[in-house]
Design a protein around this ligand. Structure first.
Ligand SMILES: *Cc1c(COP(=O)(O)O)cnc(C)c1O
Length: 431
């Protein structure tokens, strides 16, 4: 039982994501999870619309993931990766090699998404160092999100991630405007011009371009035209600059392709993956690099890639991730994601005309309703819980990225709750 003393302790002593310690918003105690359900400690069962932030792609407590964890727990939960190796890491990386873009040949396993981003940035820096060039700038676009550690934060949207707070510490990189062309809309050729200019003017100091392919997640849930990504790839090739694609949110089927870069048929030089890698069971991430990049990195002064997390290639996480790759390789996800997308098309698109709605955006199993006014977080969260769903809006964004296994009736409950929330003026902070 989660007691009121537990709640008091939590409020007083435990920091939640992006939360005040003095005036925290309410948090809901969870007792257990199962399939698409999150069960609160008071017994209420909520249909999950978030997949725990992109992660639990096949729902919670998946028996195959649990069995893989159990088996691994009995033989070897963890062992250091320096000087040692193991089957769970080899099996996982074998699977990843068949699934990742074909040019990505060398895999660095890390512990969280942000760390994978740090690793990718360090790879790019070492790549240029080895080539005898001092390059330390990254080029990216506004509205991006790449994680909360300093390197990652330095390439996040400067406004959303409050670069001003950390100005004295944060490296300054180069930002171009985010593309305006919508995923399914017309390509507006002007979209690439500022990016092209930034590249032309700074290419001698730029180590790499880093982007979220097609879907900009936590920075605003924007979904852009694949032509932008194609042109970015072509420009990187023209200037000989590395392209890092951050697929931490989009990877493993969420957008209707295994990786979002496939919407544009481009391959990055380095790719970051994480989030759904273990099917939402535990943390694991990776940065995968083209062999040419990896070999150049290791031909430099250091002779090695200078990174090595304590829990690198944690066998427990690798075993679970490999079980998740097996589920994905059975290939049920494309139909599941397509069904969710069709549901969003009927249930969410119709909200576009509502006076409280500014925009509706859909790709694969991601449905976004951008409202005209920011949500009153506490009130809207409570409203959704009362409707029997777990949906966590931020700012003007109410978005759904449910587990792929969500059934049509459950989808109806999720989108019905969003439609109901949109109709309640009291759930929005009015100007
Ligand atoms: C979540 C996310 C990250 C950071 O991953 P963490 O595991 O939270 O450190 C980086 N990039 C993208 C695109 C993400 O969505």
């Amino acid at each position: 039982m989660f007691t009121s003393a537990d709640s008091d302790f939590d409020r007083r002593h435990i920091w939640h994501p992006y939360t005040s310690i003095t005036a925290p918003l309410p948090v809901y105690p969870v007792a257990r999870t199962e399939g698409v359900y999150i069960e609160l400690s008071d017994g209420r069962r909520l249909i999950d619309g978030m997949s725990s932030w992109w992660c639990a792609q096949h729902g919670y407590n998946h028996p195959e993931l649990a069995a893989a964890a159990q088996r691994q727990l009995e033989t070897m939960p963890h062992v250091m990766f320096g000087g040692l190796t193991h089957q769970p890491a080899v099996r996982l990386c074998r699977s990843l090699k068949t699934m990742l873009p074909a040019n990505l040949d060398c895999i660095f396993l890390a512990d969280s998404g942000s760390v994978a981003v740090e690793v990718s940035l360090k790879m790019a820096l070492q790549y240029w160092h080895a080539r005898g060039e001092a390059r330390s700038k990254f080029l990216t676009i506004e509205r991006g999100y790449h994680g909360d550690t300093f390197g990652a934060m330095s390439v996040c949207d400067p406004v959303n991630s409050m670069h001003s707070l950390y100005r004295s510490f944060l490296p300054e990189h180069i930002f171009a405007p985010a593309p305006q062309s919508r995923f399914n809309g017309e390509w507006l050729p002007g979209d690439i011009i500022a990016f092209q200019t930034a590249l032309a003017q700074n290419h001698r100091s730029i180590a790499a371009v880093i982007l979220e392919p097609i879907v900009q997640g936590a920075g605003g849930m924007r979904i852009y035209h694949p032509e932008f990504l194609r042109q970015v790839r072509a420009l990187c090739d023209e200037y000989g600059i590395l392209l890092i694609l951050d697929e931490i949110a989009t990877g493993f089927g969420r957008t209707g392709k295994l990786f979002a870069c496939q919407h544009a048929q481009v391959q990055p030089d380095i790719m970051c993956i994480g989030k759904a890698l273990t099917g939402g069971m535990m943390t694991l991430s990776a940065a995968a690099a083209a062999r040419r990049v990896a070999e150049t990195v290791c031909s430099g002064e250091a002779g090695v890639f200078m990174h090595g997390p304590t829990f690198m290639a944690n066998p427990l996480a690798c075993a679970v991730a490999e079980a998740n790759m097996q589920i994905l390789q059975r290939n049920q996800w494309p139909q599941q994601v397509a069904a969710i997308e069709r549901h969003f098309q009927t249930a969410l698109s119709s909200l576009a005309g509502h006076p409280n709605v500014a925009d509706v955006r859909i790709i694969g199993a991601v449905g976004v309703v951008e409202t005209r006014h920011p949500a009153d977080m506490a009130a809207m969260q409570k409203f959704f819980v009362e409707q029997g769903v777990w949906i966590r809006p931020f700012g003007k964004l109410i978005y759904l990225m449910p587990p792929f296994i969500t059934a049509p009736q459950q989808m109806l409950k999720l989108t019905g709750a969003v439609a109901a929330a949109v109709g309640e003026n009291r759930l929005f902070r009015q100007p």
